[in-house]
Every structure is written in structure tokens, then in C-alpha cells.
Design a protein around this ligand. Structure first.
Ligand code: CUA
Length: 200
């Protein structure tokens, strides 16, 4: 194995670095402030690491593109496919469109204490979505799908806020998600999609 010499070389460099560092004349007060700032940085990195590992606060996982200008023609994000859907395995996916100045569909109802996969797209400009008390906080970049998996800890009304400045109506861009107890929630019935629009 080549690892041992590499380790020795690294240790050697570290020792040299430490010796050089010790040789720099630093004022006592300055030393104190350097220590404080290093502790603060360490604290922040620690918080981010704990959040990422234990509270699944992560950036949207994969890069998936979508044509924001033709979402209505897109199979997945056509109007009739938006909102809550339960697949054959029982997994819940919620497809949402952000557009100036609202989230569509306007209102959804989801179960608490259940793993939910949100798929967000923008129909126009850069938006964001933030749901307090959950890990939901992401940019919704036009041209990309932002996928976030979240769980609502308890039933209630959760606000859903746009947190990227998107225009004059930005501060009005918010809505609510109703979260019901798992046993009270009923999966929404799906209307047959094909040809349905012509029958009305
Ligand atoms: Cu949408 Cu701010």
C-alpha cells in the first residue's frame, strides 16, 4: 500500500505548518479574536452538518430540467396532474407550480407524520418556497424541478411562503397547506385525465 508514506508526508507538512504558524508573532488580543471566530465558524459548520445528517436539510438532490414556458403541455405538470397523488405503492407525491404571485394548486391537504415528496417548478421567474417548522426551503429555479422530501410533524395549518424576490407582488405570494392527522386524511380521488376537458 502507498498510504503509509502519504500519511507521513501529510503529517510532516502539518508539523511544518504548525511550527511556521507558531513562529508568527501574534498579539494576545488578536489571538483571542482568531480563536473566537474559529469557534463561531466551527459552531456553524457543526449546525449545518447535524441538520444535514439528522434533519435531512439538504439542497434539492438531482438536476432535472423542465421547459418552464410549456408546463401546460408537459405531461407531468399539466394542470390536471398538479396537487397530491398517491401511487400504487402508497407513496405520496405533490406536484406544485409557482408563478407570479401564487402557488398552484391554491390549496392542498396532506397527512401528518408521512413522508411526502414535493416536486416544484416555476412557470415564470425565480421563486422560493419556505414552510416553517419543516425542512422545506428551496429555490424554484425556472427550467429545473426542485424535489424535496419532507414530513409534517403534526396536524395544523402550515404557511407556505415565497422567499425569493420575484416582483412587486412577492410579499403577497403565500398560501396555506392543511395538514390532517394521518388517520383523518383521505387520498384525493383522481379524475380520468384523457378527454375529460372536452366533456365539460
Ligand atoms: Cu414568488 Cu417571491
Amino acid at each position: 500500500m502507498q498510504l503509509e508514506p502519504l500519511k507521513q508526508k501529510c503529517m510532516q507538512h502539518l508539523r511544518e505548518f504548525y511550527a511556521q504558524w507558531r513562529a508568527i508573532p501574534i498579539d494576545k488580543l488578536e489571538q483571542k479574536w482568531i480563536t473566537i471566530s474559529l469557534i463561531v465558524i466551527g459552531l456553524f459548520v457543526g449546525i449545518i452538518t447535524v441538520d444535514a445528517l439528522f434533519h435531512s436539510v439538504n439542497p434539492p438532490g438531482k438536476i432535472e430540467t423542465v421547459d418552464s414556458a410549456s408546463l401546460h403541455l408537459n405531461e407531468e405538470f399539466a394542470e390536471e396532474n398538479l396537487g397530491v397523488q398517491v401511487d400504487a405503492k402508497g407513496d405520496i407525491t405533490i406536484r406544485m407550480v409557482a408563478g407570479r404571485y401564487s402557488f398552484f394548486p391554491k390549496h392542498i391537504t396532506v397527512p401528518a407524520e408521512t413522508r411526502l415528496t414535493f416536486r416544484w417548478v416555476s412557470m415564470d421567474v425565480l421563486h422560493g418556497v419556505h414552510i416553517p417548522m419543516t425542512n422545506m426551503s428551496t429555490m424554484i429555479v425556472p427550467g429545473y424541478v426542485a424535489e424535496i422530501t419532507t414530513t409534517f410533524p403534526k396536524p395544523g395549518e402550515y404557511p407556505m411562503l415565497c422567499n425569493e424576490y420575484c416582483g412587486l407582488g412577492h410579499n403577497h405570494m403565500w398560501s396555506n397547506i392543511s395538514v390532517l392527522a394521518r388517520e383523518d386524511w383521505v387520498a384525493p380521488a383522481r379524475l380520468p385525465v384523457e378527454g375529460a376537458a372536452n366533456d365539460k
